[in-house]
Design a protein around this ligand. Structure first.
Ligand SMILES: [Mn+2]
Length: 321
């Protein structure tokens, strides 16, 4: 809980912060926000992650100091693990031997930490780090604010998604008050992609299909498309939301081949349609309107099964309404 986290920070000096593999805006923004908070409190801290930081997040203060590791190579008083469903998600060996503080806002998160602070009402972990900053009596510096603002806009789709609450907007307002420039951060996230992303998008959108009702759309991304487009990791970010921008589409499935015969499946939905239930059925999880899972084997088989399950979820939501 938050009280335990405050006490732990007050009583110790040497920390690391980490997040999941293929880090996203909330993972990186929240980790760096916490990093700057710890420094401002006179603590020693570093951010460690396994994978490279996508280029557009390198603009964030402190991103150039993030250390890439695949194994823990020193003893910390505690390691903060940001938005990870389990202890393996950071992909860092020997992490479990450290004192772990698990901070997440996903309902499906396991209680794997020595301290577990899970707040499923928070729009992003960035919102939780803001609360931590307030609870510990820290000052929100410009560095903290920019990192947390990045976390908020990436997890809420710039305050479009249903996880956006009055508290999210209040936190955002406080961050702008201490110096965040919203258009500058948006520019970094939304207008700084490499052209390879457009090449990849062209290929992925070529595969879009819909069910006869037009309410469910699905599409694919193969390893071959990635190669042809010369795409880099992270280029697919946001693709899943594009079919959802059509009025009649209420749920989207996006299957991405990550290794031969291995697929990362992303789900998005509107309103009442709960795709986290569908993801759970296939061994994944997430939020009501944004979820994911991983499947292995025959692509067509899994596509059929998953599309069927999503159509059922859409039908169920309609009959409940
Ligand atoms: Mn998040």
């Amino acid at each position: 809980m938050l009280g335990q986290v405050v006490e732990l920070i007050e009583k110790n000096t040497n920390f690391a912060v980490t997040t999941h593999v293929r880090p996203d805006g909330d993972g990186i923004g929240s980790s760096l926000g916490l990093y700057w908070l710890l420094l401002s409190l006179g603590k020693q801290a570093e951010v460690i992650v396994r994978d490279p930081i996508p280029s557009y997040y390198l603009m964030l203060p402190g991103a150039d100091r993030i250390r890439q590791v695949d194994e823990i190579d020193r003893q910390y008083d505690a390691v903060f693990v940001i938005e990870c469903s389990d202890i393996d998600r950071p992909g860092i060996r020997n992490l479990e031997k450290q004192f772990i503080v698990n901070i997440d806002h996903h309902v499906t998160c396991e209680r794997f930490g020595d301290i577990n602070w899970i707040d499923s009402t928070a729009s992003a972990v960035g919102e939780m780090i803001y609360n931590l900053c307030k609870a510990i009596g820290g000052r929100i510096t410009r560095e903290i604010a920019e990192c947390l603002y990045m976390a908020l806009i990436t997890d809420t789709g710039s305050f479009h998604f249903s996880n956006t609450t009055d508290r999210t907007l209040k936190v955002a307002s406080e961050l702008v008050k201490v110096g965040v420039n919203p258009s500058k951060i948006s520019e970094i996230v939304y207008n700084s992609y490499p052209w390879s992303r457009i090449e990849l998008l062209r290929r992925v959108l070529n595969t879009v299909k819909r069910d006869p009702s037009g309410r469910v759309a699905w599409m694919r991304q193969s390893l071959q498309m990635v190669e042809e487009a010369g795409a880099v990791d992270g280029d697919h970010a946001g693709f899943v939301n594009i079919p959802l921008s059509a009025k009649e589409v209420e749920a989207v499935i996006y299957m991405r081949e990550t290794q031969p015969q291995t697929y990362r499946v992303s789900f998005r939905s509107k309103g009442n349609i709960d795709v986290s239930k569908v993801a759970e059925k296939f061994g994944g999880g997430g939020h009501k309107n944004a979820a994911g899972c991983r499947v292995k084997g025959d692509w067509d088989y899994w596509e059929r099964e998953i599309v069927k399950a999503v159509i059922e979820a859409v039908d169920r939501a309609k009959s409940d309404a």
